[in-house]
Ligand binder design. Structure first.
Ligand code: ARG
Length: 393
């Protein structure tokens, strides 16, 4: 019997896939990555494992990959200031290559010839998982049942699950499609498909609505060392805990919501809303620190890289040579990115109110309008003449 490793989420689709693959004569091994999607809170891990087994899996792997996720995937993207189309902080997109990596690793360990996932044929995630896995091992067969199977609707899947005694929990289902990890939450479908409709409050899971937030502001100080966030308000945190903590604080002040229409790789425009409090705070702080310590040429060039980097992540090219080369470049740019940024959180906003760095390139004696001024203004005249010279007819 052929073996397949399935990226299992515990939801209806992947539970049906277990059984569906068994019907195609596969032995199914389920793999679930804990990327900080709240496992163990809403539902315990044993229940998820039991569901996979009840659906017909021969074995279930549940791995806590949060540390690897934040260190090896989130952090490089933060250092690169990677934001897709100016709004999306890439939480879902950054998780997929890690899932692909473990699908391949477990397939090797289990001597499985195939891997499978529950992504639809219309999204980016299928591309990210398949291209990622394909780079790591081009010989594995990849199965994407949702693209081809016979079910036309959720109700038909529920019918199928009932028929085969697959335990599912349909009651808790929100009217949205949600993907969550520690770096953020992606929410789409349902009423959000109407572009004119404001997202209902019940669509948001970790950020408080502006109307229910405190009417006073909260200040936070983030200390970075070589581009890595290390402390909040002077207290050292491990990266994963630092992110969780900022999610909590930011969430209370409604920071990190966005509502966008984005260009999917497959050519479809889609509307998605995001919640990413920690990611928003860290991106704002990191960029501000770079503004202080990077010279103009490096800073401006790095902005171009940021756009390219976000496209590579979004488009599933995490394991590509260009992404690796850009990482080396970005890493080189971070050697002076150390210092503290002070932020003010208030009613959904996160604004920089202070900055400090031993590597600061800001020279008050040059920028001041006071009498300590050391800038030789007489030099400006010659500079301007030469600078403007080529444009004079
Ligand atoms: N649009 C985002 C991306 O392509 C998220 C995709 C998953 N979204 C979801 N709601 N299930 O990365």
């Amino acid at each position: 019997m052929k073996k397949v490793v399935l990226a299992y989420s515990g939801g209806l689709d992947t539970s049906c896939i277990v059984r569906w693959l068994k019907d195609q004569d596969y032995e199914v091994i389920c793999f679930m990555a804990d990327l900080g999607q709240g496992l163990g809170h809403g539902e315990n891990l044993e229940a998820i494992e039991a569901r996979a087994l009840a659906a017909g899996a021969s074995k279930v792997y549940i791995k806590d990959l949060q540390d690897e996720f934040v260190e090896d995937f989130v952090l490089p993207a933060l250092k690169a200031n990677a934001i897709y189309e100016g709004k999306y902080l890439l939480a879902t997109a950054l998780g997929r290559p890690l899932i692909a990596k473990y699908l391949v690793q477990i397939a090797h360990k289990e001597k499985a010839s195939s891997i499978a996932h529950g992504c639809t044929g219309k999204g980016n995630d299928q591309v990210r998982i398949e291209v990622g896995a394909g780079i790591l091992d081009p010989h594995l067969e990849i199965i994407a049942p949702v693209r081809t199977w016979e079910f036309k609707s959720r109700d038909e899947e529920i019918e199928y699950a009932k028929m085969h005694n697959i335990p599912i929990d349909v009651t808790k289902k929100k009217p949205y499609s949600i993907d969550r990890n520690i770096w953020g939450i992606s929410i789409e479908a349902g009423v959000l498909e109407n572009l004119e409709q404001e997202p209902p409050e019940d669509a948001y899971m970790i950020t408080k609505s502006p109307t229910s937030q405190a009417s006073y502001a909260k200040y936070v100080e983030i200390y970075f060392e070589k581009g890595v966030p290390k402390k909040i308000d002077g207290k050292v945190y491990k990266l994963k805990n630092l992110i969780s903590h900022l999610n909590e604080i930011g969430g209370l002040y409604g920071v990190g919501r966005s509502d966008m229409v984005e260009n999917r790789l497959v050519g479809i425009k889609s509307r998605e809303i995001y919640e990413a409090p920690a990611a928003t705070i860290l991106h704002i702080a990191h960029k501000e620190l770079e503004a202080l310590v990077l010279d103009r040429e490096l800073a401006h060039f790095k902005e171009l890289i940021a756009i390219k980097y976000s496209e590579l992540v979004y488009n599933g090219l995490w394991f590509s040579p260009l992404k690796e080369a850009l990482d080396a470049f970005v890493q080189e740019t971070q050697k002076h990115v150390s210092g503290t940024i002070r932020l003010k959180l208030f009613k959904g906003n996160c604004v920089v109110v202070g900055r400090k760095s031993a590597h600061s390139l800001y020279k008050k004696e040059l920028s001041t309008y006071g009498k300590e001024d050391k800038f030789d203004q007489s030099l400006a005249e010659g500079f301007i003449k030469i600078w403007g010279m080529p444009y004079k007819r």
